[in-house]
Design a protein around this ligand. Structure first.
Ligand SMILES: *[C@@H]1O[C@H](CO)[C@@H](O)[C@H](O)[C@H]1NC(C)=O
Ligand SMILES: *[C@@H]1O[C@H](CO)[C@@H](O)[C@H](O)[C@H]1NC(C)=O
Ligand SMILES: *[C@@H]1O[C@H](CO)[C@@H](O)[C@H](O)[C@H]1NC(C)=O
Ligand SMILES: *[C@@H]1O[C@H](CO)[C@@H](O)[C@H](O)[C@H]1NC(C)=O
Ligand SMILES: *[C@@H]1O[C@H](CO)[C@@H](O)[C@H](O)[C@H]1NC(C)=O
Ligand SMILES: *[C@@H]1O[C@H](CO)[C@@H](O)[C@H](O)[C@H]1NC(C)=O
Ligand SMILES: *[C@@H]1O[C@H](CO)[C@@H](O)[C@H](O)[C@H]1NC(C)=O
Ligand SMILES: *[C@@H]1O[C@H](CO)[C@@H](O)[C@H](O)[C@H]1NC(C)=O
Ligand SMILES: *[C@@H]1O[C@H](CO)[C@@H](O)[C@H](O)[C@H]1NC(C)=O
Ligand SMILES: *[C@@H]1O[C@H](CO)[C@@H](O)[C@H](O)[C@H]1NC(C)=O
Length: 696
């Protein structure tokens, strides 16, 4: 009794495996589609550090997974490994370690390979809000070449600035205010043939969206001053919750003022100005003079924005007042400014200033008892938006393709940042439209001999402007997607793959009438000329699925019948299996076939007699003339392979003269198949599901 129970259990388990295979075959198609669609989401998630809200703090070049809190700034830095896939980690020369202002400068990531290398940042707080992005560099002779490099820094597809050094310990810090309109932000280092680009640190800070409002999406920091500073030190986090860096500065002919009270102690403005900066200021040394100063940005065509921050830090009596006007380049810029006691107020002039010279004058009002003051100021230069990013649908599709096929060749390495822009630095293996007005689109994609495997994913059909696609000489399998959806497609080279199924009729039509140059040579499993067998799965996938289930329940019935009759004696059962195998061996010499043997048997898969979601059945004949049906598993059903073997083993064991005879199987990498004796009544499934057919 015990033996019988165990025997039942074993058979049920095998049956369930077979059923699982059947079900997966039935759902195979949708699984493939889902993988193609899901892969577009990047692993990188929302990052929030507990010390500075909405910020990203990256110490470039430190070991992957490493993070630390900087002693000086108390800022928590992490490794850059999850933001970039290229470049090498380097340490600066020991000689210069003591010259570094903070630990982030002791390691760099350097980019000896590729013209364009990009960090991909996802804005912690989403797009359409203001971020400060800061990139820091110190050469420190990290490459032992003693040669100061020069390279370009890009934000998205636009030039941010050129990075140049005066000496090995020169710390270059580039800051930009950016209102991103896309979800992903690229910070790219471009090799301009003047040395290898590198980077020390990359930081992102998030501002209240009502601060620093401009019409421009990109404002590059020119100057940020803590005026009248008493400490002569840079003020940043955690005195400034936004981690702006305020440099100490004193105006000519001015006298510093300070207060020991806190500015904005009760509430603060959208600018969230640090009290340490606001509690110091300057006034003209001669109280009747105006406060005057000027800057030259060096770029005559430049457009800039100025933000001046004021807070009264002197106690004024009731009959006293401080009121002044501000002119910029001789034009009234702000009128009747009266700072409030210990409360900050920002004046931004509400519009940009053209020209490189910025000459400020702050004039005391006639009835004012006190001279003008200035606590802090910032000057930003507008960065022109010369290039527009690639059509975002194209970007999404090509990034899906990149991540699905895990492109690692030299082509894949260049696939960073925006695909098409700037045009000189577009990705290898693709061509883009570039008419200067519309966003660029991908018009040609050349991925021949790039080691692509698996099916052709649907993302290729999302590249709507594609005129030429070359996927030749790869290991692509599965059916041909309907490329006729790509209206501009003029050339399609799929030769030298292992595609199967048939060529979509519209595609064939376009190829025949000469509007499309189609090449599908060397795809042995592809049905090139009609008529191809009807795709049963297309007609009634559900019916086929149910059919398979029914088939296996009948198999179970017969199996149980056999077991029952043999009283489940395990020893005799295995003998039976051996004997059955011997029968098969007698017939074919071997149950295991090579792929080339199967090719011979089926005359190069000449006649297809059935098709399911995961397998195609071909007609063949053995040397002795026995007609066989060869069911080949489609490689797009990788999870089927294991169960396919289970099915083969099951059939091997239940081989019975009343069942379609199992002849053998093929199990090579990429080629899995089962060979049955061909049933004159139809294929195995049809035969077994026909319950009225005499089965005994
Ligand atoms: C390096 O250059 C910076 C920036 O010009 C300068 O402040 C510093 O003094 C220089 N250091 C040396 C050692 O020359
Ligand atoms: C603040 O100002 C007072 C004069 O008002 C001056 O004596 C003092 O030294 C200043 N404090 C600092 C830290 O400079
Ligand atoms: C800040 O507080 C002062 C008084 O405490 C009030 O007059 C002022 O309107 C407040 N400002 C803001 C921006 O809430
Ligand atoms: C500033 O001007 C007022 C009136 O014009 C004068 O009384 C005062 O002495 C002047 N102060 C200085 C320091 O020149
Ligand atoms: C500032 O500019 C905006 C539009 O750019 C305008 O609506 C607003 O009135 C301006 N404010 C001042 C004070 O000029
Ligand atoms: C100064 O003059 C302005 C008008 O120009 C006036 O609005 C303001 O109240 C005056 N201030 C004092 C303290 O008299
Ligand atoms: C891309 O354009 C270049 C020059 O315009 C051309 O030589 C090349 O064949 C094109 N590549 C593809 C894949 O069409
Ligand atoms: C096909 O690709 C292989 C490497 O994947 C390469 O060796 C071979 O030269 C390529 N053939 C053609 C015709 O490009
Ligand atoms: C398709 O690609 C193959 C191999 O890369 C190449 O030999 C063949 O010339 C190409 N065919 C066309 C029509 O470009
Ligand atoms: C070729 O066939 C396609 C599909 O039927 C059709 O859209 C296209 O206009 C035809 N082109 C020519 C040149 O006949």
């Amino acid at each position: 009794m015990d033996g019988k129970w165990r025997c039942h259990w074993a058979w049920s388990c095998t049956l369930w495996c077979v059923l699982a295979y059947t079900v997966s075959e039935f759902t195979g198609k949708s699984i493939v589609m889902a993988t193609g669609k899901n892969s577009m989401h990047h692993k990188q998630g929302r990052r929030k550090l507990d010390d500075v809200t909405g910020s990203i703090c990256i110490d470039c070049g430190i070991a992957e997974g490493l993070d630390y809190t900087d002693d000086k700034t108390q800022i928590h830095y992490t490794s850059d490994a999850q933001f970039i896939g290229t470049g090498t980690s380097k340490s600066i020369s020991h000689k210069f370690i003591s010259d570094t202002p903070q630990r982030t400068f002791t390691n760099v990531r350097s980019f000896p390979e590729g013209k364009k290398n990009c960090y991909t940042l996802r804005h912690p707080e989403g797009r359409n809000t203001i971020y400060l992005i800061r990139a820091s560099f110190m050469y420190g002779n990290y490459d032992d070449l003693n040669k100061l490099p020069q390279f370009d820094l890009y934000i998205g597809v636009n030039l941010w600035d050129t990075v140049m050094f005066e000496n090995a310990t020169h710390v270059v810090i580039k800051e930009i205010l950016h209102v991103p309109s896309l979800d992903e932000l690229y910070v790219c280092l471009l090799n301009t043939d003047k040395g290898t680009p590198f980077i020390s640190a990359l930081e992102v800070r998030h501002f209240d969206h009502s601060s620093y409002r401009t019409k421009s999406e990109l404002l590059s920091l020119y100057r940020r001053f803590d005026i009248g500073s008493t400490t002569n030190e840079i003020v940043r986090y955690d005195k400034d919750v936004y981690d702006r860096m305020w440099y100490p500065y004193n105006l000519p002919d001015s006298t510093p003022l300070n207060t020991s009270f806190t500015v904005d102690s009760l509430n603060h403005t959208a600018y969230h100005l640090p009290s340490a900066v606001m509690k110091t200021a300057v006034r003209p040394t001669n109280e009747n003079d105006s406060l005057e100063f000027e800057f030259d940005t060096g770029q005559p065509t430049s457009e800039s924005y100025v933000y001046m921050h004021f807070a009264e830090i002197e106690v004024l009596n009731e009959n006293e007042c401080r009121a002044f006007d501000i002119t910029l380049n001789g034009k009234l810029w702000a009128e009747y400014v009266t700072p409030t006691y210990l409360q900050s107020n920002t004046i931004d002039g509400n519009q940009s200033i053209r020209g490189s010279k910025l000459k400020f004058s702050m004039h005391k009002k006639p009835n004012s008892t006190h001279p003008p003051i200035l606590n802090a100021m910032e000057i930003y230069i507008v960065k022109e938006f010369l290039h527009s990013p690639t059509n975002q649908d194209d970007v999404k599709a090509i990034i899906d393709i990149k991540s699905h096929y895990k492109l690692t060749s030299s082509v894949g390495k260049s696939w960073q940042g925006d695909p098409c822009a700037p045009s000189k630095y577009s990705w290898n293996g693709l061509n883009c439209s570039n008419n200067g007005y519309n966003p660029p689109t991908i018009t040609a994609l050349y991925l021949a001999s790039s080691g692509l495997g698996g099916t052709i994913i649907a993302s290729f059909l999302e590249l709507k402007f594609l005129e030429s696609l070359d996927l030749s000489n790869n290991s692509l399998t599965g059916p041909l997607p309907d490329f006729s959806q790509l209206q501009h497609l003029k050339a399609l080279n799929l030769s030298g793959n292992r595609l199967s199924g048939e060529i979509p009729s519209l595609l064939k039509e376009r190829s025949n009438n000469g509007s499309l140059l189609l090449s599908v040579d060397g795809n042995l499993d592809l049905c090139r000329e009609g008529p191809c067998e009807e795709d049963k799965m297309n007609i009634a996938p559900l019916v086929a699925g149910i059919l398979s289930v029914v088939v296996f329940f009948i198999v179970l019935g017969i199996v149980l019948n056999i077991i029952w009759r043999r009283r489940c004696n395990r020893k005799p059962a295995s003998k039976q299996a051996v004997r059955l195998n011997e029968e098969v061996v007698l017939k074919t010499n071997n149950t295991q076939f090579t792929y080339s043997q199967i090719s011979t048997i089926t005359n190069n898969f000449d006649k297809m007699i059935g098709k399911g979601g995961c397998g195609i059945v071909y007609l063949g004949s053995l040397q002795d003339g026995t007609q066989v049906a060869v069911k080949m598993l489609l490689p797009k059903c990788p999870q089927g392979s294991q169960q396919f073997q289970t099915e083969a083993q099951l059939l091997m064991r239940v081989h019975h003269k009343n069942l379609a005879s199992f002849v053998g199987y093929c199990n090579e990498v990429g080629h899995t198949g089962i060979i049955y004796e061909y049933m004159a009544y139809g294929n195995l499934e049809e035969y077994l599901s026909d319950t009225t057919h005499p089965a005994g």
